[in-house]
Each structure stands twice: as structure tokens, then as C-alpha cells.
Design a protein around this ligand. Structure first.
Ligand code: HEM
Length: 407
């Protein structure tokens, strides 16, 4: 390794409540962390490699010798594991490798392909319109997060999976616990078990009524579980992963996107006046906001050189897609939000075999939601300065707790 004593390595992630919602790292932090692959110390005290450059991030994420399996020795955990975690991961393919990962992921690929998402765009539009009615009824003023940004993706993923939206408080609060690095492990374990039991009961009820509806869970039961290709625990793990990943991420993107766009009324107006540009604008929002900020976690299974540094088998790497998205070698003036930028090289959905399976859905939700919001509320204004807003700094998925708006 290096001559530096491990205790002197800079701590990742750094604690800095003054950064504001648009800055993944401030100037002083960038000097310490950004650039060639370097060593850091994690909150658990373990050392890890930090990877921040766009080329290095892509090289690492597509390399087969990096594992997503948190049970492997050397895996760079950002918090201690809950007691049962190692046994509870069945079906959660985001933390699996190789054939085990692809076997489960493949069962969902068709479902989330662009052409399928196009088919459900009318459903997304209807859901957006309903959520906007809720927002209109709540104010002005209103909290955009609780009245629009969170309900919308929650309703959509509930509809697709066949989970009752009426239970949204239950799964939203527990999902948040699971993503929060500062939650005590025992609480994470409890909330995880409650969520798993909830999905399990839902799956059992659907199995008891096989003629049920045409939602994704019912289809997976009919087409995979009953023929013996998938067991029920795996299905429960997959459904839980989709439910959590399917609402928290997109919700945080909507809140932060509205905050960013309304900072400049001209940019917000693009959505209404040039809706054909919305897809491009969403790409730039994904790049600039990069909500998965603390990094994607991997452990090397062989010695590999990334960005000129040798990472040995058993060493952990924290892969910062948020900083890759601010790499000046790839994006001109990366700290400037430019709605007309062609940000197609952005890696906010990750890269390689684990790249987000829900990205066509997330893109469609963001585009439809933002255009509809700008049309219906052209004079929308945020009533607090960005630095006054409470942010989710300890969450794996960065976002705003609330966004006060008026119109
Ligand atoms: C994976 C980001 C929306 C489901 C990922 C990964 C990222 C990501 C960075 C890669 C994780 C890794 O490599 O370790 C986002 C962002 C979203 C979003 C920024 C919203 C703007 C969604 C939605 C769904 C979803 C709507 C559900 C339908 C998943 C799943 C994986 C994943 C299942 C695991 C894929 C695998 O391991 O093969 N997401 N996501 N995501 N995402 Fe998303």
C-alpha cells in the first residue's frame, strides 16, 4: 500500500453541512479527494480506494474483477452491517455478481426496456396529472416533495409491481431508514424485516389468487415462481429492491430538479416552451445533480490496475459517479448547469453490468413530470434559498427533505 498511516487518510464521505444542494464537494474537499485514484478511510475505520475520474470510473465499473457482494472480505462498507444482513440478501441482485446476478436481472430486462416504458407513458401522464391535482389542492404554499415529487414515482412503481399505494407511508419511511448511513444497524434490520414481511404477505396473497391482475409481481409468480425457476424468497428480494430503488431515487431527482430549474425562470420556461428539449434537459439534470453521491461500492477479486494504481484482490473501491459527472476532461465547465449541454456521457445511472435497470422509466417519469409541472404552474417559485433547505446528507441517495413552493 502507501507509506501513509491509515488513521491519517482523509475520511470518506466527508461531513460538511454547508456545501449546499448543488455541490458534491466544495473547493477544499476537491483538492483532497478529486484526481488520480487515492486512499481514503471509511467511517468503519477501514481503508479503501477512491475513484473520481470519468475514465477511471468507467474502467472500474465495467471490469469483471470487481464484486458488488458486500459479504466478501474487504468490501468497503460505509456503516456496520446489521446482524442478519448476510443471510437476508436473497433476490437483491444489485449486490450479486456474475451468473447469479444476470439470472435474476434477465427476468426483468424486457419489463423495463424503452419500448415497454413507452407503452406505459399514458399511465405515467395520468399519474402525473393526479399528483399535480394533489399539489394544487395542497396550496399555495405547499411542500413540493410530499405533495408531488414523492407520491408520483411511488404511485408508478406501486402500479407496475402491484403494491397498494395506500401503504405508501409504511414503505416510504422504512425505505428511507435502509438508505440512511447513520441509522443504527438494529433499526435498519427491523425496518428491513418489516418490509420483507410486508412484500412476502403480498406475494402470498397474490399466489392464493392466481387469476389476479396483470402486474409485474403476479406475472413473475405465474411465469417464474410456479414453474420452479425462481423461489419465493428471491421474488420477495427482487420486489423489495424495485420498490425502494423505484421511488426514492426519482423522487429526489424531481425535488432537486425543480429547485435547480426555478433558480433561473428562463430555464424553467424551456420545459413549457420547448418540451422537445425536455429529454436533453433531463440528461443534464441527471449529470449535474448526480444523486447517488457517496459512491458505488466494489471489492476487487483479483489484482487490477485502475487509472495507473494497482488495486489488490480483497481491497475495496468507492466509485464516485457524482464526481465523474463533474470531470472537466469530459464536460466543459462541469460546475455550470447548462440546459443545452449534450450530457450523454453522464454516468448518474452507473455503468457496466449493474447499470440502472429502471433508467428508461426514471427518464420518462422525470420528463413527463417536469413538463407537466411547468405547464400547469408556470409561475412556480421556491420560497427558500437553496442553503436554507434541509438535505439528506447521510442517505445513499441525496435529496431534499422538503421544498416549499408557491405559485
Ligand atoms: C441500479 C441510479 C431509478 C432500479 C442503479 C445504479 C445507479 C442507479 C447508480 C447502479 C448501482 C451499482 O452499480 O451498484 C438511479 C437513479 C435513478 C434510478 C439516479 C433515478 C433518477 C430507478 C428506478 C428503478 C431502479 C425508477 C426501478 C424501476 C434499479 C435496480 C438496480 C439499479 C433494480 C440494480 C441493477 C443491477 O444491479 O443490475 N440505479 N436509479 N432505479 N436501479 Fe436505479
Amino acid at each position: 500500500m502507501t507509506g501513509v498511516v491509515e488513521a491519517e487518510l482523509p475520511l470518506w464521505p466527508p461531513v460538511n453541512p454547508t456545501r449546499g444542494p448543488f455541490t458534491p464537494l466544495d473547493e477544499a474537499e476537491r483538492d483532497r479527494y478529486v484526481g488520480p485514484v487515492r486512499r481514503v478511510r471509511l467511517p468503519t475505520g477501514a481503508p479503501a480506494w477512491l475513484v473520481t475520474r470519468h475514465a477511471d470510473v468507467r474502467q472500474l465499473l465495467r471490469h469483471p474483477a470487481f464484486s458488488s457482494d458486500f459479504r466478501r472480505p474487504g468490501f468497503p462498507l460505509l456503516r456496520p452491517l446489521p446482524p442478519q444482513a448476510a443471510e437476508d440478501g436473497r433476490g437483491s441482485f444489485i449486490q450479486m455478481d456474475g451468473g447469479e446476478h444476470s439470472r435474476l436481472r434477465r427476468m426483468l430486462t424486457a419489463e423495463f426496456m424503452i419500448k415497454n416504458v413507452r407503452r406505459i407513458e399514458p399511465l405515467i401522464q395520468r399519474t402525473v396529472d393526479e399528483a399535480l391535482d394533489v399539489l394544487a389542492a395542497a396550496g399555495p404554499p405547499a411542500d413540493l416533495v410530499s405533495s408531488f415529487a414523492l407520491p408520483l414515482p411511488s404511485m408508478v412503481i406501486c402500479h407496475l409491481l402491484g403494491v397498494p399505494y395506500a401503504d405508501h407511508d409504511f414503505f416510504q419511511t422504512r425505505s428511507r431508514t435502509l438508505l440512511d448511513r447513520e441509522m443504527p444497524p438494529a433499526r435498519v434490520q427491523r425496518d428491513f424485516e418489516e418490509l420483507r414481511d410486508y412484500i412476502r404477505a403480498l406475494v402470498d396473497a397474490k399466489r392464493a389468487r392466481p387469476e389476479g391482475t396483470d402486474d409485474l409481481l403476479s406475472r413473475l409468480i405465474r411465469e417464474r415462481v410456479e414453474p420452479g425457476e425462481l423461489d419465493v424468497d428471491e421474488l420477495v428480494g427482487m420486489a423489495l429492491l424495485l420498490l425502494i430503488a423505484g421511488h426514492e431515487t426519482t423522487a429526489n431527482m424531481i425535488g432537486l430538479s425543480v429547485l435547480r430549474l426555478t433558480r433561473d425562470p428562463g430555464q424553467y420556461a424551456i420545459l413549457r416552451d420547448e418540451p422537445d428539449r425536455a429529454a436533453e434537459l433531463v440528461e443534464e439534470l441527471l449529470r449535474y445533480l448526480s444523486i447517488v453521491r457517496t459512491g458505488l461500492l466494489r471489492v476487487a477479486t483479483e489484482d487490477v490496475t485502475i487509472g495507473g494504481r494497482l488495486i489488490r484482490a480483497g481491497e475495496g473501491a468507492v466509485v464516485l459517479i457524482s464526481l465523474a459527472n463533474r470531470d472537466a476532461d469530459v464536460f466543459d465547465e462541469p460546475d455550470r448547469f447548462d440546459p443545452y449541454r449534450q450530457a450523454h456521457q453522464q454516468v448518474a445511472f452507473g455503468f457496466g453490468v449493474h447499470q440502472c435497470i429502471g433508467q428508461p422509466l426514471a427518464r420518462a417519469e422525470l420528463r413527463i413530470a417536469l413538463v407537466a409541472l411547468a405547464r400547469r404552474f408556470p409561475g412556480l417559485q421556491v420560497t427558500a434559498a437553496p442553503e436554507e433547505l434541509s438535505t439528506r446528507d447521510s442517505s445513499v441517495v441525496f435529496g431534499l427533505d422538503a421544498l416549499p413552493v408557491t405559485w
